[in-house]
Design a protein around this ligand. Structure first.
Ligand code: SAH
Length: 474
């Protein structure tokens, strides 16, 4: 039999006009060519555009945006000249209002399609927008340092999906003081002939500059990540230059001599000042070291945790579990209104931070465990009879482990507050919890990562039928 070969609809480098009808999961525009879906980066819904095919798959293709022929109403001119090449702001060509609408819609669609929630819009609160139109919100930046082909020092950001450094003087997502610090470092390296690290050869000294700010205190920590132990005889001069910048509280040398993509190495030395900076979220103080995990959008984080607190519905005596607790930010936020809080986190250093932060705030009703949530919760519950009135989960993108959801159902806590950074896995886990006797009562989307496609959601699930000790048929 002669195999039937389907005529190839599209070929690489083929150019044509297309109408962009929708956004994909990563914010790319989607159009169709003779029934085949075409994904176009940097295109906006409503654009009429000339595109060139870059890759053809079985049932879809990728295309490069050659020219916008008729611009969509969603468009706005990116404020940053590097928006197209830098990997950081993939939505900057879309107006901030439309970014917000897209994010709200993305969560609603996931809850409907994957989560089986009939009317997600009915239970969703309006998206919480970032201040300042979604600019200058970050409190942390990691700048790679390198050389261009003429040997000049470049400091900036990696181009999307690569390690090519885009040289920049300023980034619109960061505090303006960070630009000043980078400018001072650049001048210092040139004057003192300090060599950037060469990733391919493994030679040179400076790999990254990591800057963190305590937004509420104004304190700044600058960490120099070096392929070495220090700047030798230049250190005092560097301290002198850095201290000219207001707010500098801590200068750290971090050593990373490995050939790795990991930014920070494991040894830190205080070159000047304190080993931590402080920040507050609400009335809770946090000490942040060079290795500490800390949310990058502090004002949105506060709003998000306030929502988690509201959804937890605490009256003062409850036992609360904060699973995937990181440095205990949510735990400490909840502790003042709960009877007891247990935090669980897989990274030991984060738990050390959590315990230190509890002490710093005089909080004595929070206890922290190192381990996997899916191991610790059943262990403490079954063996020690620890109860859970409210369970908060804030897992990484892959969502909760299936066995953890089973434990939650058999504990049958009154409420589950789900803090999620991935709508698809949130919806998947909501489907399991709702099948097991919970109802999704409310959800609120937070724009903590404006100009990028990331979305945070806080959801409240209330127990209406789950019974302690009984595993429902899922
Ligand atoms: N709730 C924290 C951190 C959330 S990020 C905050 O708001 O700041 C998710 C955290 O889950 C990370 O700190 C990660 O180390 C941790 N983690 C990942 N898998 C885990 C698991 N199976 N059990 C416990 N913690 C886990």
């Amino acid at each position: 039999m002669i195999p039937v070969t389907k005529e190839k609809i599209l070929e690489k480098n083929q150019e044509f006009e297309i109408e962009i009808e929708d956004y994909g999961n990563d914010g790319e525009g989607i159009g169709h060519y003779e029934g085949m879906a075409v994904f176009v980066k940097d295109a906006a819904k409503g654009d009429r555009a000339l595109v060139r095919i870059t890759k053809v798959k079985k049932s879809y293709a990728y295309a490069h945006l050659v020219k916008v022929l008729e611009p969509s109403e969603d468009r706005s001119e990116p404020l940053c000249p590097h928006a197209k090449v830098c990997g950081g702001c993939s939505l900057m060509h879309i107006s901030y209002d439309r970014q917000l609408a897209w994010k709200q819609e993305k969560v609603a669609q996931a809850l409907k399609r994957i989560g089986g929630i009939e009317d997600p819009v009915g239970i969703m609160e309006p998206i919480v927008a970032c201040d300042g139109g979604g600019l200058h919100y970050r409190n942390k930046a990691q700048f790679p340092v390198g050389c261009d082909k003429d040997g000049n020092i470049i400091i900036g950001f990696y181009a999307g999906h690569s390690h090519r450094i885009v040289d920049t003087d300023s980034c619109l997502l960061q505090p303006e003081r960070f630009d000043e610090i980078i400018g001072a470092c650049r001048a210092f390296f040139v004057e003192h002939r300090i060599k950037p690290y060469d990733e391919e050869k493994g030679s040179g000294l400076v790999r990254h500059i990591v800057i963190r700010e305590g937004r509420s205190t104004g304190q700044i920590m600058v960490t120099f990540v070096l392929n070495g132990d220090g700047f030798g005889g230049h250190e005092q001069a560097l301290v002198h230059e850095m201290r000219k910048i207001s707010g500098i509280r801590s200068i750290i040398i971090n050593t990373n001599k490995e050939k790795t993509n990991r930014i920070l190495g494991f040894t830190n030395r205080v070159l000047w000042g304190s080993d931590v900076i402080e920040d507050t979220i609400g009335d809770i103080r946090f000490a942040i070291g060079p290795m500490s995990f800390y949310q990058v959008n502090p004002s949105q984080t506060k709003r998000m945790y306030e929502k988690a607190l509201e959804y937890a519905g605490l009256s003062g005596g409850e036992t609360v579990w904060d699973l995937y607790c990181g440095i205990g930010t949510i735990s400490l936020f909840l502790a003042k209104q709960a009877g007891k809080v247990f935090g669980v986190e897989i990274i030991e250093e984060a738990i050390e931070d959590a315990r230190r932060n509890a002490k710093l705030n005089g909080i004595t009703n929070a206890e922290f465990y190192v381990g996997r949530s899916e191991d610790i919760l059943p262990e403490k519950h079954k063996k020690e009879g620890v109860i859970a009135d409210v369970i908060v989960v804030d897992p990484p993108r892959k969502g909760c482990d299936a066995s953890l959801l089973e434990t939650i159902l058999s504990i049958a806590s009154k409420r589950v507050v789900y803090v999620s950074c991935d709508p698809a896995t949130l919806a998947r886990d909501v489907a399991i919890l709702t099948k097991g006797g919970y109802v999704l009562q409310k959800a609120c989307v937070f724009d903590n990562f404006s100009q990028s496609t990331h979305v945070e959601t806080v959801a409240q699930l209330v127990n209406i039928a789950a019974k302690p000790g009984i595993m429902p048929d899922l």
